[in-house]
Design a protein around this ligand. Structure first.
Ligand code: SAM
Length: 260
């Protein structure tokens, strides 16, 4: 089964549905954050542009509660992104489309000497992530709700991130939706700009056609070189990876290295 976004967290049989989780409370961190709002459509998402995601419906009270209670401690200050938000200077990683955030939390736990910023437009997934992150501790994880493309375009300076993670992006299978695929010439330009020299992008997908799409886009792009790599040992094997394997699909692990 494809995991085009229309089928995603709205699936009531999905065991990872955020509505089945218990809330977790935790101490607020003493960093001044922007007022955390809980938008139906995340701030910065303009309806008119070609989006790589699907807008969803209203938020549950559990989601609102989690975002309001746990969001401020992990959100970024308003305005232009500044890595100082993490309170130290450390290698900085961005995960785009983190969903429920298992990979980002695992990365933060496995690499406490790094900082990771996890982004998604899907507020219920991020709310669940906030609860799980609170359980895990991981002070080196920050969370941003919104369209990563707009965020990178408008708020991020050149040469900011050591690495960008894109795990199981919405594949947008249909030909008429090709423009919605995250890996595109414009977004590769954007990633090339915000990566530090020597930086890289990790992509995982259980859709062979999407892996071929990535390889073709990168082959045509002057700033990246792609290769197949081993699965990162720190990444949890649940979620789309497990579903893909259960359905008999191959997991494609790609690394895109930024060229000088
Ligand atoms: C198929 S899900 C995968 C989620 C997660 N990486 C995982 O493996 O469980 C793709 C996610 O990317 C998010 N997404 C798509 N385009 C995005 C964008 N431009 N900015 C932020 N998130 C985006 C969607 O909301 C969705 O949660």
């Amino acid at each position: 089964m494809s995991h085009d976004p229309i089928d995603l967290p709205s699936d009531p049989s999905d065991p990872s549905d955020p509505s089945d989780l218990t809330d977790v409370t935790g101490p607020a961190r003493p960093i001044r954050r922007k007022e955390h709002q809980v938008p139906e459509l995340p701030a910065g998402v303009t309806p008119a542009r070609v989006r790589t995601f699907v807008r969803r419906g209203r938020l549950s009270s559990l989601t609102r509660d989690r975002v309001e209670r746990l969001g401020p401690a992990r959100s970024l200050p308003e305005g232009r992104f500044d890595a100082a938000a993490f309170g130290r200077t450390a290698p900085l990683v961005l995960e785009i489309g983190c969903g429920h955030g298992h990979a980002a939390i695992a990365y933060a736990a496995a690499f406490p000497e790094h900082d990771i910023l996890a982004m998604d437009v899907h507020t219920p997934g991020l709310a669940r992530m906030l609860a799980d992150a609170d359980d895990a501790g991981v002070p080196n994880l920050r969370v941003e709700i919104g369209d990563a493309v707009l965020f990178l375009e408008q708020q991020v300076s050149d040469a900011t991130f050591e690495a960008v993670h894109l795990f199981f992006p919405d594949p947008w299978r249909k030909q008429k939706h090709t423009k919605r695929r995250f890996v595109s010439p414009g977004n590769l330009d954007l990633l090339a700009r915000v990566l530090k020299p020597g930086g890289h992008v990790l992509v995982a997908t259980d859709q062979d056609f999407y892996a071929e799409h990535v390889l073709a886009e990168v082959a045509a792009h002057p700033r990246f070189e792609a290769r197949r790599v081993e699965r990162p040992a720190w990444r949890p094997g649940d979620g789309f990876e497990a579903k893909g394997i259960a359905a008999g699909r191959n997991i494609n692990e790609l690394r895109l290295d930024l060229l000088p």
